[in-house]
Design a protein around this ligand. Structure first.
Ligand code: ADP
Length: 852
């Protein structure tokens, strides 16, 4: 700048050799320094120097610094720019280097190289001087004309730019205030010029020459801008005409530079986007917003972060299926067949789904309740949802809500946030590309809540048929009609679904499967699917029903069929290895009947042997097809059984009883254990029990104490006061899981009765029921899941509250046939059924002697 002329540069300057970029007086450049000489210069001159003079260096352009400091110095460019080092930043990554920020002061010429190491230093002569410019009266007039011309072009150029951008306004101000002599250098470094051109300007020591050389560069830039504006201007007035003149513009455009073309291409994209917006079928309100946004986009420089944001927004708006939908093809008979083909059992669920679809067929209006399938994992909730989409011929999309605790996950972020995006509903619509998909809201019971708002509240709007025709995502900020979307929800339990949300939905319980149902599902659906996935055929593998039963009872314990499916997958993988190996062996399968004979029983044929994956000797022989999976093969593939029928073993001591519990994962059997020891009458409870369960335990003890004489229950020292000098410890296994609820009452009573009477509870009895202090048995929930769990565990007799009798109707007939149900309305009946031969009640003779 002018300062370059005002200060006198030292006559000896250290030289920084640069290869890329040309620094002109009055401009600033950032350059990376990593060669030994340049690094030395930075270290010993710039970083150690303390005076202003020590920060002045000579920048020599177009000269690469040798990569090693013993190499000879290349020939230096004759003219350089004296510069002020304004900033030095060091970094060690990816290799040690400095980044220098330098501001050009004035030109200089090298007179003589004084030294080359550790960095070059030269004696220099300053070339630009302010006095020289102003005192040269003789060329004043000519120069005045040139500079006037230059100034006019410069002003023209700046005025073609958008004055609302602060940098442009500043430039305009500079043009008027800087000495004219400084302008050629400054403008050259601002406008688009190549390094070669800049070098020529640097070499133009005479001012007149410099003006003359810069004017064509300015003119070129102005012409380029004019062309660009010619194409841009009409667009703002009349967008349709622009599309028409586009081919024209292309032709005009041929001579312009490649960078201009790039800009043009971006601009073309914006035009295309606008065209798409106009032709898309978005709502009027949305169209208005989009046109406003595209107007803003056109005025925005592309480097602005908001440019990309606005563009993404507009692209999303165009992509959304405002009016695109698939045609429903609903035929109830076909739907019934499809549902039956895809899913075994689940009669109640299928019936309700068909009713729902039938209503839909008769009344072409989706304002019905939202179906919510509630049941343990792996019982086919998601897959029924998928089947519904298939029967309707609609797209299917699953939205997992587990753990979602931020409102904006559903409703999107406002566009003012960095990284804002639409919510899952709008995203889902974009993915499926139609506005009437089936959306499966998976795990609505696992929605979280946090400071970022309640996602369940946002879902309320989505699920309400009265409101969802104008659902407003925060990101879109315009309403989108969701009324054509068919929502189905799934959950493991209704307990944690917020009541308002629950109110919007119709709950359909999907209970767990019985063993028989699981076997059927495995053979009809899971095994064929697994075979197909593993490239096997029924000619290669055979899984008999007994094996499936073994997997179900010994390797899985679940209400659904997901782990069963995984185990079958493991078997198929193991067999696939065998089959693939067998294909490479040509040896005839002539296997000796060798083997551990004692293990081979009835259905265990020699075919079982090749499955012994661990036996390397067998690998030499190709297996005989089909490979039969029997119990031995199972053990080889899946390891030893994980669950054994342990019930009878655990009931071999007094003080243990089996209860039935309900969890979101289905029913479960639960062993309640009790023991007593000398103490002061304290009750210890372990197994992470909730308050209600603790109260049940206290109730049970109180009832037993009050009835101790009647049942002849005594403590260790023979006293009827059961807690006299006795502590009782009650434990509910699986201590890591919190348990609560009143239904363990009868089990605790039975368990303690066994402890104090020293008698064993029958090993095939399980029970559930709430108790009162007076010994009544009250009804409880989840009877169906509990009964199925007892059936899975091989129990035979189940004690349930009498008032739960009606719940038994829901249970499949074959399960009911396997079990005996005892209906109890008071604890006497429970105890009588729980112990072999009944639990004798002593005639209440004492009562007569009562002092009361
Ligand atoms: P959920 O959503 O209840 O956790 P999924 O729908 O994911 O369970 O089901 C798990 C697997 O079990 C799926 O592969 C599904 O096809 C299969 N499945 C579950 N129930 C049945 C059934 N009744 N008939 C056929 N396959 C079933």
């Amino acid at each position: 700048m002018a300062a370059g002329s005002a200060i006198q540069i030292p006559s000896r300057l250290p030289l920084l050799l640069t290869h890329e970029g040309v620094l002109l007086p009055g401009s600033t450049m950032r350059t990376s320094v990593d060669s030994p000489r340049n690094m030395q210069l930075v270290r010993s001159r710039l970083l150690k120097g303390t005076s202003l003079r020590s920060t002045i260096i000579g920048v020599i352009p177009n000269t690469s610094d040798p990569t090693s400091d013993c190499d000879d110095l290349p020939s230096l460019h004759r003219i350089g720019t004296a510069a002020l080092a304004v900033q030095v930043v060091g970094s060690n990554w990816p290799k040690p280097h400095y980044t220098l920020l330098v501001t050009g002061l004035c030109r200089f010429q090298i007179l003589q190289l004084l030294k080359e190491k550790p960095y070059p230093v030269a004696e220099v002569e300053q070339l630009d001087r302010l006095e020289q410019f102003t005192n040269q009266h003789k060329s004043e007039e000519e120069l005045g004309e040139l500079s006037e011309q230059f100034y006019k072009y410069a002003v023209q150029l700046v005025e073609m730019l958008d004055m609302s951008v602060p940098a442009v306004a500043k430039l305009r101000h500079l043009l008027d205030n800087l000495p004219r002599e400084a302008l050629p250098d400054i403008l050259t470094s601002i406008i688009r010029t190549s390094n070669q051109e800049k070098l020529q300007i640097l070499d133009a020591v005479r001012l007149e020459e410099r003006f003359k050389m810069t004017i064509p560069l300015l003119v070129r830039q102005i012409e380029g801008l004019k062309l660009l504006q010619k194409t841009r201007k009409p667009k703002q007035d009349d967008d349709k005409r622009v599309v028409a003149i586009r081919p024209n513009r292309r032709m005009n455009h041929i001579p312009s530079t490649t960078e201009d073309e790039e800009e043009e291409e971006d601009h073309d994209d914006v035009v295309m986007l606008e065209k798409k917006i106009r032709t898309s079928s978005m709502s009027e309100q949305a169209l208005k917003v989009c046109l406003k946004e595209i107007k803003r986009l056109k005025k925005m420089p592309q480097s602005m972060p908001e440019y990309a944001l606005t563009r993404n927004y507009l692209e999303l708006m165009v992509e959304l299926p405002w009016n695109k939908s698939t045609k429903d093809r609903l035929e109830i008979r076909a739907a019934r067949i499809l549902l039956d083909n895809d899913h075994y059992a689940m009669e109640k669920l299928k019936k309700r789904v068909l009713e729902y679809l039938a209503v839909r067929q008769l009344k072409n209006n989706l304002k019905g309740p939202i179906l919510c399938f509630v049941g343990p994992p792996g019982v086919g909730k998601t897959s029924v949802g998928r089947s519904i989409a298939k029967t309707l011929g609609r797209e299917f999309h699953r939205i997992a809500l587990g753990g979602v605790c931020d409102q904006s996950d559903i409703r999107g972020h406002r566009r003012t946030y960095v990284g804002s995006m639409p919510g899952r509903i709008i995203n889902g619509l974009k993915t499926v590309g139609v506005n009437n998909p089936v959306f499966l809201l998976d795990e609505v019971d696992k929605l979280g809540k946090s400071l970022q708002g309640d996602p369940a509240a946002a879902l309320l709007e989505v699920l309400d048929p009265e409101q969802n025709h104008s659902f407003t995502d925060h990101y879109l900020n315009v309403a989108f009609d969701l009324s054509q979307v068919l929502f189905i929800a799934t959950a493991n339990t209704t307990a944690t679904i917020p009541p308002a949300l629950l109110d919007r939905m119709e709950i359909i319980q999907v209970p767990g499967y019985t063993q028989e149902e699981k076997i059927e599902i495995a053979h009809r659906h899971l095994i064929p699917k697994q075979l197909e996935q593993h490239g096997l055929t029924p000619q290669q593998i055979q899984i008999p029903q007994v094996t499936t039963l073994d997997i179900i009872t010994r390797y899985t314990r679940e209400a659904g069929v997901r782990s069963l499916d995984r185990k079958l997958g493991a078997i198929c993988r193991a067999v696939a290895v065998k089959v693939a190996e067998g294909q490479h062996k040509e040896t005839k399968p002539d296997r000796a009947e060798a083997g551990e004979g004692e293990d081979c029983k009835e259905h265990v044929t020699e075919d079982a042997k090749p499955e012994s994956i661990s036996e390397t000797a067998d690998l030499a022989l190709p297996p005989e097809m089909p490979i039969l999976i029997d119990f031995h093969a199972l053990k080889d593939i899946l390891g030893p059984p994980m669950y054994e029928m342990e019930v009878s073993e655990r009931l071999s001591q007094p003080g243990v009883a089996i209860g039935l519990a309900w969890t979101p994962l289905g029913g479960e059997i639960m062993f309640v254990e009790a023991s007593r020891m000398d103490g002061e009458g304290q009750l210890t409870l372990t197994g992470q029990l909730g308050d209600v369960m603790k109260e049940s335990a206290h109730l049970a003890i109180s009832w037993l104490r009050s009835n101790a004489k009647r049942y002849q229950l005594t403590n260790a020292s023979g006293s009827f006061d059961l807690l006299d000098n006795t502590d009782i410890h009650l434990h509910f296994p699986a201590g890591a899981v919190t348990k609560d609820g009143p239904s363990a009452g009868v089990t605790i009573v039975t368990c303690l009765a066994s402890l104090f009477s020293g008698r064993l509870v029958c090993s095939d009895v399980a029970m559930t029921g709430e108790i009162t202090l007076r010994g009544l048995v009250l009804p409880v929930g989840g009877i169906k899941d509990k009964v199925l769990a007892a059936h899975r565990a091989g129990l035979k007799r189940i004690i349930i509250p009498r008032r739960n009798e009606k719940d038994l109707e829901e249970i499949a007939v074959h399960v009911r046939q396997d079990l005996t149900f005892v209906m109890a309305s008071c604890l006497d009946e429970v105890l009588n059924a729980a112990f072999d031969g009944g639990f004798a009640v002593k005639p209440r003779v004492e009562r007569l002697n009562s002092k009361l």
